[in-house]
Design a binder for this molecule. Structure first.
Ligand code: DOR
Length: 429
């Protein structure tokens, strides 16, 4: 048995914020109780004094790159990066090679996870075969294989009629549709946000409308079809407004943003650091403010990383040619905790965006410290100060623009199904 004691336990699924002990046996939480627990039969004790103990964090937007691009990330290294960042469950996007558009690829990912993954992995299947936007995948087969959601993440389904049919089809299998929202014609060959900075730097621009047009469309299609949709990586003020309005009318829409959309603004690109090239692009200060407001009022339910590993081959090139994406698993939590310091969110609110909210959206029995739940637990030292050092990342890739940033707060211990996968230095006995 494992005992996590003396910690401040925050479990937003139970509105819990108290000093409590957690007893774990056979991978499940058997008891949560006030201090001084019986230690009979306990074989491992984690002293969480002065730490915050929360349900294992969930990242519902990760690119694991396996199969096909193992030089950027594998299931093994992606899971290690997740555990290091405090995540006990992740969903992985289907833009692998081959694409996860059929049962055999889903089987492969799940099999590999069983052999080599130290956290829970929930695969997302494709909406269209090969992500080509031409014909729908066999979603019943994908669902039976174990996918919880479908998405063409990395690109939008351009054809609105096909997207409508995809939503109808997904709805019939009770699959969530995760929408990557970018009008590819409006994006054209743009590489950064449209504004004063893009003009000054002479970089081709992507307007906010490129994202908002498709979010508006997908919200309307969700309303038409009754399908549950989740908008990925929201980055603009207008997107927040559209989602807020749709939610107020009862449309079944939820949404996420990523840490880089509330921690960075477009001026950062003056460095020409290609790690700042991401889809959708880093936006203006005004958008950043709106994203924070969306997080605060609940329009944005989830913080997800969009962990997108790329190697130097794709990043050590001119800005126009660099692949979009940045790794995020190992910096997401401290960046999100910054919102507590800024008084945008309370600590329990931040935790809810990494736990109960994604669990509910995905329909998984995670993100809670309920008695009987899987013992997925993250222990956080909210005042630990550290400089981000990409060379210490567990991820195979190093494409983070946060290298050298002084951040506060870190997951110091991660427990998955009762197994410690990241240890507090010297404190696990
Ligand atoms: O920047 C991004 N990179 N955005 C996406 O939507 C896809 C991702 C990738 O797969 O590299």
């Amino acid at each position: 048995m494992l005992l996590v004691k003396n910690g401040r336990v925050i479990d937003p699924s139970n509105r819990l914020d108290d000093n409590l002990d957690i007893l774990v046996d056979e991978g499940k939480i058997v008891e949560i109780c006030r201090g001084g627990s019986e230690e009979d039969g306990v074989t491992q004790i984690i002293d969480a004094r002065d730490k915050v103990v929360v349900p294992g964090l969930i990242d519902m937007h990760v690119h694991l790159r396996e199969p096909g691009h193992e030089y950027k990330e594998t299931i093994r290294t992606g899971c290690q990066a997740a555990a290091s960042g405090g995540f006990t469950s992740i969903t992985c996007m289907p833009n692998t090679n081959p694409v996860n558009d059929n049962q055999s690829v889903t089987d492969y990912i799940l099999d590999r996870t069983r052999r080599e993954g130290c956290v829970n992995v929930f695969p997302v299947g494709a909406i269209t075969k090969g992500l080509r936007g031409k014909s729908l995948t066999a979603m019943g087969e994908l669902k039976n294989a174990g996918v919880l959601a479908v998405s063409d993440d990395g690109r939008s389904v351009k054809n609105s009629e096909l997207m409508r049919r995809g939503m109808e089809y997904a709805r019939n299998f009770n699959l969530l549709v995760i929408c990557h929202c970018e009008d590819l014609d409006l994006v054209a060959d743009g590489v950064m946000n449209e504004g004063f900075t893009s003009t000054r730097l002479g970089l081709k621009r992507i307007p906010n409308a490129a994202e908002e047009v498709i979010i508006a469309r997908d919200v309307l299609l969700a309303e038409l079809t009754g399908c549950r949709v989740h908008i990925a990586h929201v980055s603009t003020e207008g997107s927040v407004r559209i989602i807020r309005e749709a939610k107020s009318r009862g449309v079944k829409v939820t949404a996420e943003t990523a840490p880089h959309y509330f921690s960075l603004s477009e001026e950062a690109l003056e460095s020409f650091d290609t790690n700042l090239k991401v889809n959708p692009p880093i936006r203006s200060v005004r958008d950043v403010t709106a994203i924070k407001e969306g997080l605060k009022d609940g329009t944005l339910d989830v913080i997800a990383t969009d962990h997108a590993p790329h190697s130097l081959l794709e990043k050590d090139v001119e800005f126009d040619y660099a692949s979009p994406g940045m790794v995020g698993l190992e910096t997401a939590l401290p960046l999100a905790l910054q919102l507590v310091k800024e008084k945008v969110l309370s600590l329990p609110e931040v935790i809810s965006k990494f736990t109960v909210n994604p669990a509910k959206i995905l329909g998984i029995s995670k993100g809670t410290l309920n008695q009987g739940a899987d013992a997925d637990i993250t222990i956080i030292d909210v005042s630990l100060k550290k400089k981000v050092d990409v060379t210490r990342f567990k991820s195979k890739s190093r494409n983070s623009p946060f290298h050298g940033w002084e951040l506060e707060g870190e997951a110091v211990c991660t427990v998955v199904g009762g197994r410690v996968v990241k240890e507090i230095d010297g404190v696990v006995v």
